[in-house]
Design a protein around this ligand. Sequence first.
Ligand code: ZN
Length: 236
Amino acid sequence: MTEPKRDQVHEGALGERLNWLRAAVLGANDGIVSTAGLVVGVAGATDTRSALLTAGLAGLLAGSVSMAAGEYVSVSTQRDSERAALAHERRELRERPQAELEELAELLRRRGLSREVAHEAAVQLTERDALRAHARVELGIDPDALTNPWHAAWASFLAFTAGALLPLLAMVLPPADTRLAVTVVSVLAALALTGWSSARLGAAAPGRAILRTTAGGALAMGVTYAAGSALDVAGV
Ligand SMILES: [Zn+2]
């Protein structure tokens, strides 16, 4: 893998930092649920520690790499469209500056400024940095702080890996007769924590979020355990 591209350092707005945190919690949640389902399913079919370790590790790597690749593609696409919008704006500013000034004043007026103040603000913003003003007010983006797809990819890789390590270790470290109970309990506890955190980050009531994440995890483990046991009974 290549090094993440160097990017300028920006002061992240609070909203953006919250978005990153929320994405990290969701990535960890995915890592916990999918790896827990995988190792519990294999545990339904076999007691062999090496099989559990192999399945869990393969699941961790497959999941984290696929999450990172997906994130890279989606953020790159978003950045491409933001760049295209900025290029379009730049051209309009060059070709019809007066119309763009009026447009900016109108947008500011709609945000609650009086006609005179909006016009004066538009003039000043245009003198200082017309493109940035249009990007912020019209497109809602900061031209200096477009999301870096490599940062996004690494972040989801790490978040998924951190989440996946929990069920993997809970399954392979304890002795054979307690590994399933240790895994189920620690996974449900961790999911309660990710549910609570994502609710708090979104300023929502945590009760329902905790119920949703733990129910999702319980379902994943229940379904795969049943499938693994069925295969074991069938002698596959
Ligand atoms: Zn414009």
